[in-house]
Write a new protein. Structure first.
Ligand code: AMP
Length: 603
């Protein structure tokens, strides 16, 4: 959306005085959008509806040429991915008629949220890249308000692409960040002294995760004294990088000492990308050996990159579980959570990026899409039909929780994202949100999101292997174990063995097969993380002795739970309960192999 207000010459904004005129322009844009949140939203909706008036979807609901909120709210239903699946499938199969969007669907973005075990396919249009770029362009001006001198050094960011496929109709299907890194917006970005990253673009674009990580780490080490911030998109990605250093520092130091790249790096463009910077540097190699060979990893980030001012990683939502580990490796550096985004739409940014992780609030930018909010108490009761009262962005109440519902330029109308947000305050007239949780997510190590039904299916799949032993799983619960890197799923099983084999537990080999059977039944994002990325470790089953789950119930009741309403929690994080479970473990078993995974969709 064009902003037509003349740019004043002063650099002061409601966010603070900008360091330069370019930043001032961006901060004024934030001010303008947030001060006029409601008007901007009204215009965004009118723009989306007028341009898509002829689409099959908008026509179906007989909107005519109406572009106002009242008609939109009265006629267009709130939907989930399942409701849109027939339309999405037609587009994927090659139907180019204007089904959801008047502009051509340029590709599908594969969400880490799944449907029937497969990644959800989100249609997108070319111009959405500009919108995403616009949000990215706001992050540095905001950061510059809090951290001076970012133009005096570099950023060590670990960025990765993932595999892409084509739909039957020939459209690309890939994650949103892969799409962004492969775009000219990223590849041909103009030089910006505030955003110089150590990773060469060919290393980021290399689909082989080992080669990509190796060279990104190598470059980070070569530039170690210039690095001012260290990051990855999510906390789990940064921890993977630290783990990589723990496993490969000897090879990296050897390359640095000799000034030649390991033959394991076979991608020619990745090799070329370091020829100018990799020269023999025995002193640096010795330094790395000295720091990494002691086995002491506390504060490793600041020891290797001593000028690091902060970590740039998302540690809100499911990533909060990694805060203590990151504190350990960084010696307590601040962690900046800069933005909140999804495959469907980029939402907004944190206007106080240096605040504590527990205080992070994101401000949704009203120009990104049309946003509505389902009060949490209505979300639980809504059965998928009938009118529902959604609240507009500018009319939310501080302290209340809502589920986010979006209408995008790419053709999602009143679509439930599944994120629950709490309003913490306002910036100008735009609300700010704490990310509370994603609906129905039980377990998550990195991008994977496993819900209760998926876990149940996995347990059922595995427990079939127990039938020949007359054994059944009487109760189970789970925990995302992140004390080691990579983290892994731990599933606690209480078994019952019947009949003549009574008392004879199935052997270790059977239990290992059960671990693998569970993994085979989990969704594609889980299996990709296990197989292609190595970012989740083998699933573990811990068998607990008979009666443990009864003790768990006693414990809950002693803490005030109602005996009638008590349900076994399918995921536990509360340390005393984990301690209780762990103290009753009779045997532990790990998945002995990788589950099946291929980049191609099965459905
Ligand atoms: P995807 O579509 O796979 O990119 O996943 C998007 C989802 O990741 C969002 O809907 C959120 O649930 C989660 N997410 C994204 N950004 C954040 C953030 N800053 N804090 C917490 N969760 C986030």
């Amino acid at each position: 959306m064009a902003v037509e207000t003349p740019i004043p010459t002063t650099s002061s904004t409601s966010l603070g005085p900008a360091t330069n005129e370019k930043d001032a322009e961006k901060l004024r844009f934030i001010d303008e959008m947030t001060a006029n949140a409601d008007t901007v939203q009204e215009k965004v909706l009118a723009e989306i509806l007028s341009r898509n008036a002829e689409t099959e979807y908008v026509q179906r609901y007989k909107l005519g040429s109406a572009t106002d909120r009242a008609t939109f709210k009265a006629k267009i239903p709130m939907v989930t991915y399942k409701d849109l699946q027939p339309e999405i499938q037609r587009i994927a199969n090659g139907d180019c008629s204007p089904i959801l969007s008047a502009l051509p669907i340029s590709e599908f973005l594969t969400s880490s949220g799944t449907s029937a075990g497969e990644r959800k396919l989100m249609p997108t249009i070319k111009e959405e890249l500009d919108r995403r770029q616009l949000l990215y362009s706001l992050l540095t001006p905001v950061m510059n308000l809090y951290v001076p001198g970012l133009d005096k050094g570099k950023a060590l960011y670990f960025y990765f692409v993932k595999s892409e496929t084509k739909t039957p109709g020939g459209l690309l299907a890939r994650p949103v960040l892969t799409s962004y890194y492969k775009s000219e917006h990223f590849k041909s970005r103009p030089y910006d002294p505030y955003n110089v990253i150590t990773s060469p673009t060919p290393a980021i674009l290399c689909a082989d995760s080992f080669q990509s990580m190796y060279v990104q780490m190598l470059c980070g080490l070569l530039h170690r004294l210039e690095v001012l911030r260290v990051g990855a998109v999510f906390a789990s990605g940064l921890l993977r990088a630290i783990r990589f250093l723990q496993l490969h520092w000897e090879e990296l130091a050897q390359d640095i000492a000799a000034g030649s790249l390991s033959p394991k790096i076979t991608d020619p463009s990745v090799r070329d990308s370091v020829t100018d910077i990799l020269k023999p540097d025995p002193e640096l190699a010795e330094f790395i050996r000295g720091e990494c060979s002691t086995g002491e990893w506390a504060g490793i980030i600041t020891r290797i990159w001593p000028s690091t001012k902060y970590l740039d990683v998302i540690v809100t939502g499911a990533m909060a579980q990694y805060i203590p580990t990151l504190e350990f490796y960084s010696g307590g550096l601040p962690m900046a959570c800069t933005m909140y985004a999804s495959s469907e739409c980029y939402f907004g940014l944190n206007l106080r990026p240096m605040c504590k992780p527990s205080e992070v609030s994101y401000t949704i930018m009203p120009n990104m899409a049309y946003f509505e909010f389902l009060p949490i108490e209505l979300a639980a009761a809504y059965k998928g039909e009938g009118d529902v009262h959604l609240v507009d962005l500018a009319r939310l109440e501080v302290g209340k929780e809502y589920e986010l519902v979006i209408t995008t330029y790419a053709g999602l109308y009143r679509y439930r994202i599944g994120d629950i947000l709490r309003v913490t305050g306002f910036h100008n007239a735009a609300p700010q949100f704490r990310f509370v949780r994603r609906k129905n997510v039980l377990l998550s190590i990195e991008a994977d999101k496993t819900d209760e039904a998926e876990l149940q299916k996995a347990v059922e799949n595995a427990s079939r292997l127990l039938e020949p032993y007359n054994a059944t799983v009487v109760e189970y619960t789970s925990h995302a174990f992140t004390k080691t890197i990579p983290g892994h799923y731990v599933i606690y099983w209480e078994l019952l063995v019947k009949g003549s084999t009574r008392g004879m537990m199935p052997g270790g080999e059977v239990m290992e097969r059960c671990c693998l059977a569970m993994e085979e039944a989990l969704n594609t994002v889980y299996r990709q993380s296990r197989v292609a990325d190595g970012s989740i470790g083998p699933l573990e089953i811990r068998v607990v002795r008979g009666g443990t789950f009864e003790e768990l119930m006693d414990y809950a009741i002693s803490r005030g739970a109602s005996i009638n309403q008590y349900k076994v929690p399918r995921c536990v994080n509360f340390p005393p309960i984990l301690e209780l479970l762990d103290s009753r473990v009779v045997s532990g078993h790990f998945s002995p192999a990788l589950p099946n995974w291929s980049p191609h969709r099965s459905g």
